[in-house]
Design a protein around this ligand. Structure first.
Ligand SMILES: Nc1ncnc2c1ncn2[C@@H]1O[C@H](COP(=O)(O)OP(=O)(O)OP(=O)(O)O)[C@@H](O)[C@H]1O
Length: 249
């Protein structure tokens, strides 16, 4: 397993947000996290690269492994962990700098200065994010002038530039129009050959279209996880079935 959560509990102060969650994330697959608002999807996603560490009062017990190593071990280097497990957020968050500098940012932070090498990485990442043809003639233009869908693909290119192993996506299409959404979904299908992807989505059609496995959360508990086909056609738990068929949530 690329990543694995075992008996994970998470508390925001005294409020318990995750209860005994165990989930496996296989390599080069897309795992979708679904469930009604507030059920803990984003909280769980953030435990996978320790983004919750940034929030005051968060306590976690249980275990999360990346290639069989516990990412909550004391000697884990957080910068390196977040390089290996990158994240794309709900709203595109390009930095107020040029398209080129956005993509090169992570590599520069990690100490790369060679212009030729940076050029290669920027082109490869933009191609990988299906954005190269649209922006190749304006790499020096500000990223803030791009459309929302382009900005989100830029954010994906920025993550890919540092060659992560796992990409976490928190509702990456929620701020996008249907065409941009389709492009991101195609992109996810394409990049899973090289990466392992965990994606939170509110959109069940999207989960059904893009994911190999689906995990259904309710009130901080992982009710059921299985192949996407099983979850959407013959779920084992009545609560999953009710949610999938739109009876609640
Ligand atoms: N920073 C925080 N501090 C305190 N409580 C939080 C924090 N973030 C989330 N929570 C609580 O944890 C629970 C799970 O929230 P989370 O955002 O993970 O749910 P979600 O399933 O991703 O919801 P949504 O689909 O609406 O984004 C909720 O009760 C929420 O209020």
């Amino acid at each position: 397993m690329k990543m694995q959560a075992k008996n994970l509990n998470l508390y925001y102060g005294t409020h318990q947000a995750l209860f005994d969650v165990s989930l496996e994330v296989p390599e080069n697959k897309v795992v979708a996290l679904i469930g009604p608002s507030g059920c803990g999807k984003s909280t769980f996603l953030r435990t996978l690269n320790r983004m919750n560490d940034l929030i005051d009062g968060v306590q976690i017990d249980g275990k999360i492994t990346l290639d069989d190593r516990d990412i909550y071990d004391k000697d884990v280097d957080l910068v390196n962990l977040r390089k290996r497990v990158g994240m794309v957020f709900q709203r595109p968050n390009p930095f107020p700098m040029s398209i080129y500098d956005n993509v090169a940012y992570g590599c520069r932070v990690h100490g790369l200065t060679d212009k030729k090498r940076l050029d290669e990485i920027v082109e490869k990442s933009l191609r990988g994010a299906a954005l190269w043809d649209e922006v190749k003639d304006r790499l020096d233009a500000s990223a803030m002038g791009m459309s929302g869908g382009q900005q989100q693909r830029l954010c994906i290119a920025r993550v890919m530039a540092v060659e992560p192993e796992v990409v976490l996506m928190d509702e990456p299409c929620s701020a996008l129009d249907p065409i941009s959404t389709m492009k991101i979904e195609e992109l996810v299908q394409e990049i899973k050959k090289e990466y392992t992807i965990v994606m939170v989505t509110h959109n069940m059609q999207q989960a059904a279209r893009v994911s190999d496995y689906t995990a259904f959360f309710l009130n901080g508990k992982l009710i059921e996880h299985d192949t996407t086909d099983v979850i959407f056609t013959k779920p084992h738990d009545k609560k999953t079935e009710d949610y999938i068929t739109g009876r609640f949530g």
